[in-house]
Design a protein around this ligand. Structure first.
Ligand code: NAP
Ligand code: GLV
Length: 313
């Protein structure tokens, strides 16, 4: 459906993103809008579509009504001084939750069913059975039960794993044993063997997966980090794996991206690395969502996905 509205100015400032298809998509969804790529000295716009913009962009656009982030995580944006009245609007699923669910289920099942071991056997021409593992021995703890974490927890529950979930405020999700707040964090960890991280990166959650956290997980733990690299203390994970307490990890996000050449994660035999690809921004769905929300804001209507900068997500 094409949406119609009066003239509004939209500026596009997304690093590492090809602008042209976004501009075409936004123009098709918002006929009459004046849409252009930001450059220093560009005129003031009403709305911005952004990913990791420079501080200069914010300083030169003081009257923005809203910043639309073309991702779910707003940690890079909230490091900047923002225009005083601008709402920060994150992508609200837009096709990311199902991707995250398939990535995490794949990582859990690959580990639980020992598919790496079977693959090694196959390559060596060995017909080797392994003793079936019990899913009751593999309780999974999902940190963060927001748009992505809830979808992931529900998807994992369909495979009959015991599921624990940890969030800031208490949640009631079918099939998920809920833990909330700092007070219940240690109980959550002690009840979990597989740890899946889907927290936003905030001052409270930076370095949350550290030596102490890993030690509290059940022996033979497995770590899946799909949120942000700065949630994890890299050397603590390597030490916990080398000690045998943690069996391995699947990591999609890193403190420095691309992961630097020579980093221990590249070659560790128990660590699987992917290039920040677990839940990609899908352009068409994102454009449709952003356009709908711009129209709603122009009409004074409420929209989902407004970030609380004080909370950090
Ligand atoms: P969200 O909807 O904002 O949900 C965040 C969840 O974390 C909420 O359940 C929140 O609790 C909980 N939380 C926040 N701070 C907490 C704290 N201090 N202690 C306990 N729980 C806390 O976020 P989302 O859309 O699910 O996305 C999560 C993150 O995934 C993003 O911020 C981004 O960094 C990452 N991400 C990665 C990829 C990728 O490709 N690797 C793609 C998209 C997103 P409440 O429910 O109580 O508020
Ligand atoms: C990707 O990492 C996102 O935050 O959308």
């Amino acid at each position: 459906m094409r949406l119609r509205l009066g003239p509004m100015k939209i500026t596009f400032c997304c690093t590492d993103t090809k602008a042209e298809p976004w501009l075409q998509g936004l123009a098709a969804a918002l006929p009459g809008a004046d849409i252009s790529v930001w450059q220093p000295g560009a005129p003031q716009a009403d709305y911005a579509v952004v990913w990791a913009p420079p501080q200069q962009f914010m300083d030169e656009q003081p009257a923005l009504k809203a910043l639309f982030n073309i991702g779910a995580g707003v940690d890079a944006l909230l490091k900047l001084r923002l225009p005083p009245k601008a709402l920060v609007v994150r992508l609200d699923d837009a096709g990311m939750a199902v991707q995250m669910a398939e990535y995490v289920c794949h990582a859990v099942i690959r580990h639980f069913r020992e598919f790496d071991g079977y693959e090694a056997d196959t390559q060596a021409g060995r017909w080797g059975y392994r003793k079936p593992r019990l899913r009751s021995d593999y309780p999974i703890g999902v940190m963060g039960l927001g748009v992505l974490g809830e979808r992931v927890a529900k998807a994992l529950a369909l495979f009959d794993f015991p599921i624990n979930g940890w969030s800031r405020s208490p949640k009631a999700i079918d099939g998920v044993r809920g833990f909330a707040g700092a007070d219940q964090f240690n109980d959550f960890l002690a009840a979990s063997r597989v740890l899946v991280n889907l927290l936003p990166l905030t001052p409270d959650t930076t370095n949350v997966i550290n030596k102490g956290t890993l030690a509290r997980l059940q022996p033979g733990a497995y770590v899946i980090n799909v949120a942000r690299g700065a949630h994890l203390v890299d050397e603590d994970l390597v030490a916990a794996i080398d000690s045998g307490h943690v069996a391995g990890a699947t990591l999609d996000v890193f403190r420095t991206e691309p992961l630097p050449a020579g980093h221990a994660f590249w070659t560790h035999p128990r660590i699987t690395v992917t290039p920040h690809t677990s839940a990609r921004t899908l352009r068409d769905e994102s454009i449709a969502q952003i356009a709908r929300k711009m129209v709603a804001l122009e009409r004074g209507e409420a929209v989902a996905g407004i970030v609380n900068p004080a909370r950090g997500y």
